[in-house]
Design a protein around this ligand. Structure first.
Ligand code: GTP
Length: 204
């Protein structure tokens, strides 16, 4: 069984929980309890391979910048960085997160950005109040060498499912590459998750 870990990052209210719940349950619920961070867990099968999927959602936890992101970067196999197309400040935050991931992770581990970082402009249904053009998202993704998607968790189940199936496939490859590099004395992943994110888990 392959363990696959995905961190979904971005400003408060951009729709991180909405995207994860949409992928895992097909439903758009509208409001999500977001008092504390959590890890969603699910077993699934892709391309005939069974996987234990873990998706980290920081919810509204205050992010203390580099050190907190550093923990997430070492835990996750793949990152989904979300902004809200109707909120420019969330795009600025996404830009900073993408940059930090590149500095902390890609430099050290020499992993290919295009396969491990996905930039997602959410709330495309709010295009009448759009503050971030699609081209700006595409440009940032090209500069940062990550993949770009613009969609709506509220309206586009197929797009969300497509995004996550790509994310999970890449995470699986990235996890395998990580396993090869990991020295045998490394802490067990369960311990590491608990140390980094606390013990709260959600199963869907
Ligand atoms: N119009 C629209 N609203 C959305 C969409 N996705 C999420 N929302 C709404 O945006 C709000 C925030 O969504 P959440 O999923 O809680 O966002 P989050 O990023 O997890 O927020 P925190 O838990 O505060 O970090 C909720 O009211 C959602 O219903 C979308 O695609 N379109």
């Amino acid at each position: 069984m392959n363990d696959v870990k995905i961190a979904v990052l971005g400003s408060d209210g951009v729709g991180k929980s909405a995207l994860i719940v949409r992928f895992l349950t097909r439903r758009f619920i509208g409001e999500y309890a977001s008092a504390s961070e959590c890890i969603y867990r699910k077993r699934l099968s892709i391309d005939g391979k069974h996987m234990n999927l873990e998706i980290y959602d920081p919810c509204s936890q205050p992010c203390d910048g580099r050190s907190s992101l550093n923990n997430q970067v070492h835990w996750a196999d793949v990152f989904v960085v979300v902004y809200d197309i109707s909120d420019r400040s969330s795009f600025t935050t996404a830009k900073a997160i993408v940059q930090l991931i590149r500095d902390l992770h890609l430099g050290a581990a020499k992993r290919d950005g295009e396969s491990v970082v996905f930039l997602v402009g959410n709330k495309q249904d709010l295009c009448h109040v759009r503050e971030v053009d699609r081209e700006e998202g595409q440009r940032l993704a090209a500069e940062a060498k990550c993949q770009f998607y613009e969609l709506s968790a509220a309206e586009h189940y197929q797009e969300v499912a497509l995004l996550f199936s790509k994310v999970v496939r890449n995470a699986s490859l990235s996890a395998k590459a990580k396993d090869k590099r990991r020295p045998s004395s490394t802490k067990s992943m369960a311990k590491l998750i608990n140390n980094v994110f606390g013990k709260r888990r959600k199963s869907v």
